[in-house]
Design a protein around this ligand. Structure first.
Ligand SMILES: Cc1cc2nc3c(=O)[nH]c(=O)nc-3n(C[C@H](O)[C@H](O)[C@H](O)COP(=O)(O)O)c2cc1C
Length: 244
């Protein structure tokens, strides 16, 4: 089984492409954390977890999910996908679960609160380059290869993570704003992977203690009504090849 966590589609994109090679079923982690599906694997079934990198670490809710996994006796692979480099996200993940293989993929950066995110041709180029790397990783996963493969950690990964990951906690409590373009459709609340959004008087309200800062609400809002920090200037990103 391939399980992914996503805000803006890149992990789902990677998961679906790996599945096309390995034939494994693909599931959103929210099927198990928000839905009622029991998390069950067949004997000897492989488990592949596809995860975005946040602040050179991993999303907050992922820690709880992977910490409860029982992976003994099966092939367990982690695919870390990021906008630029992973830092020591692998080391953070391994505090909670021990994969047999770790794959690094550079996808497209979605972090619009601080950085201008790619659009148009740059996104297409980025995804085309990613496709080749996914194919390589998928073949290794199919053959149940063990080891670390192509994890782009960047310079001084441990130091960078030690400095940056503690900033994730205050970062994920940043205030989101909603403007008058909001049509009260409720999509933001429905897609939030951690149920951190309530609709009150027709408007989203964020429960900051739960928010993972995945940016799905902001990036997928059909009215572009949600913003955080400099996101209005920086644009927003959703994987254009993903059907949610
Ligand atoms: C809160 C947050 C923090 C991020 N931090 C990093 C980072 O430290 N390094 C990096 O390369 N990309 C970082 N990114 C970019 C994402 O890892 C990247 O765009 C990923 O492909 C998003 O996956 P998704 O579309 O499945 O949500 C960050 C994104 C978010 C939302």
């Amino acid at each position: 089984m391939i399980v992914y966590y996503t805000g803006t589609g890149n992990s789902k994109y990677v998961a679906d492409k790996i599945s096309a090679v390995t034939g494994d079923d693909v599931r959103n982690v929210t099927d198990f954390t928000k839905g009622n599906a029991p998390f069950e694997l067949f004997d000897d079934e492989s488990l592949i977890f596809v995860c975005p990198v946040y602040f050179w670490g991993i999303p907050a809710s992922v820690k709880e999910f992977v910490g409860n996994l029982k992976t003994e006796g099966r092939y367990f692979a982690l695919v870390l996908q990021c906008g630029g480099s992973t830092g020591n996200a692998q080391g953070i993940f391994e505090k909670y679960a021990r994969p047999d293989a770790v794959f690094g993929l550079v996808a497209v950066d979605n972090y619009c609160p601080m950085f201008r995110v790619p659009s148009g041709e740059a996104v297409i180029k980025g995804l085309d380059a990613l496709d080749e790397k996914i194919e390589e990783a998928a073949l290794k996963i199919k053959n149940r290869e063990v080891g670390d493969f192509n994890v782009v950690k960047g310079a001084l990964p441990k130091l960078n993570t030690a400095f940056m990951y503690p900033l994730y906690e205050p970062g994920r409590k940043t205030t989101f704003k909603v403007n008058d373009k909001c049509i009260s459709c409720g999509l933001c609340a429905n897609i939030c992977p951690v149920s951190a959004i309530k609709i009150e008087n027709g408007r989203p309200v964020w429960i900051k203690s739960k928010c993972d800062m995945c940016l799905g609400c902001l990036s997928r809002c059909p009215q572009n009504a949600i913003s955080v920090k400099k996101s209005d200037k920086n644009g927003r990103y959703v994987n254009p090849r993903v059907k949610f």
